[in-house]
Design a protein. Structure first.
Length: 497
């Protein structure tokens, strides 16, 4: 039987490396003017350049260069004074040119780091993840496997290719090996990186849409030994998958090593349903791609004043924003630990920044929304509701437009894709009824329907009024202003003198 992850860590030291691919939120593609909007009809956002047709020539997107430098500088990297693109040659159906324009030995940004906080029973600790490079390349198209039950090529009757994604600017952020780091560090790194990228405004980092994808390299070694043979789990598209895949690989590799079986260097695919990885193909080395300088593009030489301008415009890092949040709003160490452990700390910060009171923002993300994420098997940050939308709902409760119960219905509607909060309120008919005329009629009906309860209230048993208030709330589907209903009940049934 395979030992648990925790047992393996008492005998082996994991070493991880992460390659994170980020689609940039530019209006057009990297080397042509085609749109980059997600969800368009297949093959409607293409042109001769991104399809690689003969005679077409690429022209570099300035915004993509700037976004890449913003990322590199935020990760404490050095921006190269001179670099260039290269051709990465390989055949795959979603590669229209049979090569990808990327960067190889001369990337745009090099040698940085990202500090991440990892929680444990002993408290939080800071892990510095070294960044090897941040380089820019074009994304590939997307293969759609049709006719099978899983959407994978196995069992499919045929495959289709959508080239809309081909040519979208893609930044690859590559770490150096992180020694002694396992699943918790991998998840914390991707979480912190995603929050940093969102704050920079360079990508929507929607993992479920593929605008942030992660490949994780994992190897094991006994303390004091050289690095072991690594495997690379490809295209992980959720924080939960990153953590689960590393845990599984650590357990799998440990079982093989202790059985005397050699680890094979290969790419692997993560199976979401089982939480396991499966073998893909042997891992290629750089020479297999036959890199050579891209002949149709001039080298890049960012001017020092341009780099300085970008550096000066960088926003506050998420880690600094968290420290400020605790200081400004009086969150205790326990509060911060709870929000960090639930993965909602930055969501609370963003909700407060959007105008919500800190206590309400914390309560929503730690309770109702954390519950919704758990039921969906996802992370709170991947729920289809933004901090700004939640802040709007909280504001409506504060203004008396919504009750807490109605607010949950509005949030449910946003999560269900029914639109912005105002659209959900209109579509579902949700709003507090505070008009005395309508409420008075509902109170009269409740009194007429429970004369015995009404008589108790008249006799001075004020607590009995709760039943009448409840009847009115039920009749109005929870949309009545409960405080005003109680006032009207007491006014109509003033105890006898």
């Amino acid at each position: 039987m395979t030992d648990s992850y925790e047992d393996v860590l008492t005998r082996f030291e994991p070493v991880i490396g992460l390659e994170t691919h980020v689609e940039l939120a530019t209006a057009s593609k990297l080397f042509c003017g085609c749109a980059t909007a997600f969800g368009a009809e297949p093959n409607t956002q293409v042109c001769p350049t991104c399809l690689g047709l003969p005679g077409s020539l690429p022209v570099t997107n300035r915004a993509a260069i700037e976004y890449t430098m913003r990322i590199g500088l935020a990760l404490h990297c050095t921006v190269a004074s001179w670099c260039r693109f290269a051709r990465k040659n390989y055949f795959y159906p979603d590669m229209p040119k049979d090569f990808q324009i990327s960067q190889y030995d001369e990337p745009l940004c090099i040698e940085g780091y990202l500090d991440v906080e990892v929680g444990s029973d002993e408290g939080a600790r800071t892990v510095r993840v070294p960044i090897e490079r941040v380089h820019l390349e074009e994304d590939t198209g997307k293969s759609l496997h049709v006719g099978g039950a899983t959407g994978r090529i196995a069992g499919a009757t045929h495959s289709l290719v959508d080239y809309n994604r081909a040519g979208i600017p893609l930044v690859e952020i590559v770490t150096k090996p992180v020694e002694g780091a396992g699943a918790e560090v991998a998840k914390a790194y991707v979480t912190e990186l995603r929050d940093l990228l969102r704050g920079l405004g360079v990508s929507d980092v929607r993992m479920e849409q593929g605008s942030l994808r992660c490949d994780v390299n994992v190897s094991l070694r006994r303390p004091g030994e050289p690095y072991g043979t690594r495997t690379e789990t490809k295209n992980l598209n959720s924080l939960r998958s990153v953590e689960r895949s590393v845990r599984f690989e650590v357990e799998r590799q440990a079982a093989l090593l202790e059985a005397g079986v050699r680890i094979v260097q290969e790419t692997r695919h993560f199976e979401e349903s089982s939480g396991s990885t499966a073998s893909g193909r042997s891992k290629e080395e750089a020479q297999d791609y036959r890199y050579f300088p891209e002949p149709d593009l001039v080298p890049l030489a960012p001017a020092p004043d341009w780099v300085a301008e970008i550096r000066s415009s960088l926003p506050e890092p998420p880690s600094a924003a968290r420290r400020r949040l605790a200081a400004e709003h009086g969150f205790s160490g326990l509060d911060m630990a709870q929000m960090g452990g639930a993965g909602v700390l930055d969501l609370v910060a963003a909700t407060v920044a959007a105008g919500a009171p800190a206590a309400e923002a914390r309560s929503w993300w730690l309770s109702y929304l954390a519950q919704q994420a758990n039921e969906r098997g996802t992370d709170p940050a991947e729920l289809p509701i933004t901090p700004a939308q939640l802040a709007e709902v909280i504001g409506l409760v504060g203004a008396g437009t919504l009750t807490n119960k109605l607010a949950r219905s509005v949030v449910d509607g946003v999560l269900a894709g029914e639109g912005e909060p105002a659209e959900v309120i209109a579509g579902r008919g949700l709003a507090v009824v505070s008009d005395d005329g309508a409420l008075g009629a509902a109170v009269d009906a409740a009194i007429a329907g429970a004369p015995d309860v009404a008589e108790k209230v008249r006799a001075g048993k004020v607590a009995a009024a709760g039943a009448l208030v409840g009847a009115v709330m039920k009749a109005t589907r929870g949309q009545a202003d409960a405080a005003r209903v109680r006032e009207l009940v007491m006014a109509k049934l003033s105890p006898a003198e």
